[in-house]
Design a protein around this ligand. Structure first.
Ligand code: ADP
Ligand code: MG
Length: 407
């Protein structure tokens, strides 16, 4: 795969860079500019090489089936203008901005770009054809560029016009297509969790979070690769119920019971489930009367499991201690509530204490938890792509937006 690092002769060339500027916004204010910062290395590299840089990104959701008024409101909410301003601050240079996502005005702005200048185009999702990978839209965008760089890892699992359509056309035309620094790092680290080297064993996966149904494919894939899978979070209760245990009012996906049973029967003992749980009578803290720790096999009728208990923390820590490689997705409990952070923190700590192991976290909420609890520096890699990192594991290292770049 060509990387931006190895891209030469781009002086004066128009290079479209698909970045991920899908930052959290509140009333037009950026709450966390991590994603903009993460794209700087690629942008600066191209500017240093005197390319004419055209940035494309989506932001939020725009439902084109809604009424014109609703669409207008969604567009207003997901306007990239504040991001252009922040980018200009971070680059310490002017950033041109195209309010139009296609047409003559955009073409003129591209035409006017000088070597070493940067243009950010308004939210790609303003275009109805973006998410459908509309060929006409992709062709119009591709016609603006001499080369393409994919650096939006968080969007690489989607074959949209800006992530897939453009590079497909440029590649066909024999023009250079490459991955940026951020995608390169993601591919390098996540591939190691997919094509497992013997020296990385024991390989331990830790899975949690809310729904089994979201993660069936990842469980299946990891069962084939890992030596142990530790399961916490809400999804553990579906496994417990499949074993015939009383889980009280804990969240259970009844339509996944059969799948959970099959998993357990074919896992050859690789799956490790919680042995105790922190439970409550009420999810909503304002209506809550009690919190108790019980054996997971016998949660009282009126109680709901919210976190793994201390015995499970110790059990999981003991397993994690043996690991040479760890892949973690999904919090161990409702870490958004202070009473139920301990399980997730214990897993963070066990991973942080590992010496010389390769440790990776993928998943939006898991990455947020790591950051919140101050463990960001203790992982070998925390993926920037929530869904994309999981799909990368599921699909044995393949994602449409990256595969299209491969030779
Ligand atoms: P990720 O984004 O890392 O892939 P998920 O989106 O699958 O993770 O799951 C995160 C959510 O799971 C969090 O909002 C957390 O509160 C929730 N969760 C974890 N354990 C429980 C539980 N026992 N009951 C209810 N929700 C839970
Ligand atoms: Mg999530």
């Amino acid at each position: 795969m060509l990387t931006v690092k190895n891209m030469t002769n781009v002086k004066g060339k128009r290079v479209i860079v698909r970045v991920d500027f899908n930052v959290p916004l509140k009333d037009g204010t950026i709450r966390d500019d991590n994603r903009i910062v993460a794209a700087l290395e690629t942008i600066k590299d191209l500017l240093k090489k005197e390319a004419r840089v055209i940035l494309l990104s989506h932001l939020g959701k725009i439902k084109h089936k809604e009424t014109p008024e609703v669409i207008e409101a969604q567009k207003k909410k997901n306007d990239l203008t504040p991001i252009a301003v922040r980018l200009s601050e971070l680059l310490n240079m002017p950033v041109k901005f195209s309010p139009d996502t296609r047409g003559a005005n955009l073409a003129a702005l591209v035409e006017g770009l000088q070597d070493g200048e940067v243009l950010l185009v308004q939210n790609t999702r303003y275009e109805k054809g973006e998410e459908k990978n509309d060929p006409e839209l992709a062709l119009e965008w591709a016609s603006l560029a001499d080369a393409f760089v994919m650096d939006a890892f968080g969007s690489a699992h989607r074959a949209h016009a800006s992530t897939y359509g453009i590079p497909a056309i440029l590649k066909e035309e024999g023009k250079p297509v490459a991955i940026g620094y951020l995608v390169e790092k993601e591919v390098e680290n996540l591939s190691r969790c997919v094509e497992v080297n013997e020296k990385d064993r024991p390989y331990i996966a830790i899975l949690g979070g809310f729904k089994i149904s979201d993660k069936i494919k990842v469980i299946q894939s990891l069962l084939g690769k890992c030596d142990k899978i530790l399961i916490g979070g809400a999804m553990a209760y579906t496994f417990q119920k499949a074993l015939g245990h009383n889980v009280g009012i804990s969240p259970v996906e009844d339509d996944q019971l059969e799948y959970a049973r099959k998993c357990l029967l074919t896992a050859n003992g690789k799956i490790v489930l919680p042995i105790d749980s922190v439970t409550t009578d009420e999810f909503d803290p304002s209506k809550r009367k009690s919190i108790i720790t019980t054996e997971t096999q016998s949660i009282p009728e009126n109680m709901e499991g919210m976190d793994i208990g201390p015995k499970t923390q110790a059990l999981f820590t003991k397993e994690i201690k043996k690991a040479k490689m760890v892949f973690w997705n999904g919090p161990m409990g409702v870490f958004e509530q202070p009473e139920f952070t301990k399980g997730t923190i214990a897993v963070c700590k066990a991973i942080a204490d590992l010496k010389g192991a390769f440790t990776v976290c993928g998943g939006g909420d898991s990455a947020a938890a790591i950051k919140q609890f101050g463990f960001s520096e203790d992982f070998s890699h925390v993926s920037t792509g929530g869904g994309a990192s999981l799909e990368m594991i599921e699909n044995d290292g393949h994602l449409p937006g990256i595969d299209i770049i491969r030779k």
